[in-house]
Design a binder for this molecule. Structure first.
Ligand SMILES: *Cc1c(COP(=O)(O)O)cnc(C)c1O
Length: 356
């Protein structure tokens, strides 16, 4: 089996080696030290300043999205949600569940985001903007510079779900004036699912988190931030995943993020060229380096199934209206060019069989 998914993805041998070890007890100075290093190294990979507050959650990415919204906004806010697919829609649902007033910039597939479309929402009294930098459902990458500019001009808090963009697309917490950034373990970090991280700007923490009494115990960011000051979490953390995170961040090193971005971008570019050469069609909107969406109407689902069952190659299927139209080929984790050569060969064979 080879995974060309977006999460979980193929893990590195170094990660698997750490994951195979017995777990230590965690209320110790040794584990606190590891947590403080995790915090510092992770903050470094996204360009967040030392004043930023970090929250480690034992939860999948959606919980971190929900926790961020709950801790930072309430019924007096008015949020703008960029909704270009399943993950944008999840932010909308979260606002609805928590009774937070919100409006949407909707991008029906395959419409591209533009700065002009965003500017139509100027001066409407929003207090925050929620965006999935990479809408994983379609592969579209939004223009973070345009979004950052809009938020700065309009005075909005900017919350970025970078779960599938982290490690694949350029992103700078400080330069883009991001107030809340969400990362998860199972995407480019190539760790097991179950750990998510929220990085908060000092102003969002002070002006919102400290003032809002979020209706939650487990996800109360104040408890998490206070505990992390001594390298701890309020409840039992995902000890095993945190140890693999430490190994991964350490091996990525100081300049490792740029190297990871460059490699992922190169792999994506090469795959896209080769796929186009073989007659496969891609959507026209800007793409994240995390995955390549392929337009395969009406055979997407059948191609997915044949790749998995006859070749042991697992790409990412689509749900809902795109089920039969779109397959997504991931470029995250421990994959290399020869894996894509095998995938392209298999896809060519399947297409020949289907098309006669
Ligand atoms: C994977 C992903 C998530 C997290 O989904 P979970 O299933 O809850 O881990 C959130 N947002 C985006 C953009 C993602 O790609």
């Amino acid at each position: 089996m080879k995974l060309f998914t977006v999460g979980p993805v193929e893990m590195y041998p170094e990660t698997l080696a750490v994951a195979a070890k017995p777990l230590p007890y965690f209320r110790t100075p040794e584990f606190s030290e590891i947590m403080l290093e995790n915090e510092r190294m992770l903050r470094g990979t996204v360009g967040a300043p030392e004043t930023a507050k970090t929250v480690f959650l034992t939860a999948s990415g959606t919980a971190a999205m929900e926790a961020a919204v709950m801790n930072c906004f309430d019924g007096r806010d008015k949020l703008l949600v960029i909704n270009g697919g399943g993950f944008g829609d999840r932010f909308r649902e979260i606002c609805a569940v928590h009774g937070i007033p919100h409006e949407e910039l909707r991008l029906p597939f395959p419409e591209a985001f533009t700065e002009e479309k965003l500017r139509a929402f100027r001066g409407r009294g929003y207090t925050g903007l929620l965006v999935n930098l990479h809408e994983t459902a379609t592969g579209q990458l939004y223009d973070i510079d345009a979004i950052a500019r809009f938020c700065r001009e309009e005075g909005l808090y900017l919350i970025v779900d970078a779960i599938s963009a982290y490690g694949a697309d350029a992103l700078d917490f400080a330069a883009h004036g991001i107030d809340g950034l969400i990362v998860s373990s199972q995407k480019a970090l190539a760790l097991a699912p179950g750990l998510s991280v929220v990085v908060l700007s000092e102003r969002l923490y002070r002006e919102r988190v400290l003032c809002i009494q979020a209706p939650t115990l487990y996800f109360d960011f104040r408890q998490h931030v206070e505990n992390l000051e001594r390298g701890q979490t309020p409840f039992t953390p995902a000890v095993g995943i945190l140890l693999t995170l430490h190994e991964r961040l350490r091996s990525m090193g100081e300049t490792g993020m740029e190297c990871l971005l460059r490699n992922t971008a190169a792999l994506a570019r090469r795959f896209r060229e080769a796929a186009r050469d073989r007659g496969f069609r891609l959507p026209a909107y800007p793409l994240s380096n995390a995955l390549t969406p392929l337009l395969l109407e009406p055979d997407a689902k059948e191609i997915y199934r044949t790749l998995k069952e006859a070749y042991g190659l697992v790409v990412t299927p689509s749900g809902g209206a795109l089920e039969h139209a779109l397959l997504r080929v991931g470029h995250l984790g421990n994959v290399e060019w020869k894996d894509y050569e095998a995938l392209l060969l298999a896809m060519g064979e399947i297409r020949e069989r289907i098309c006669g």
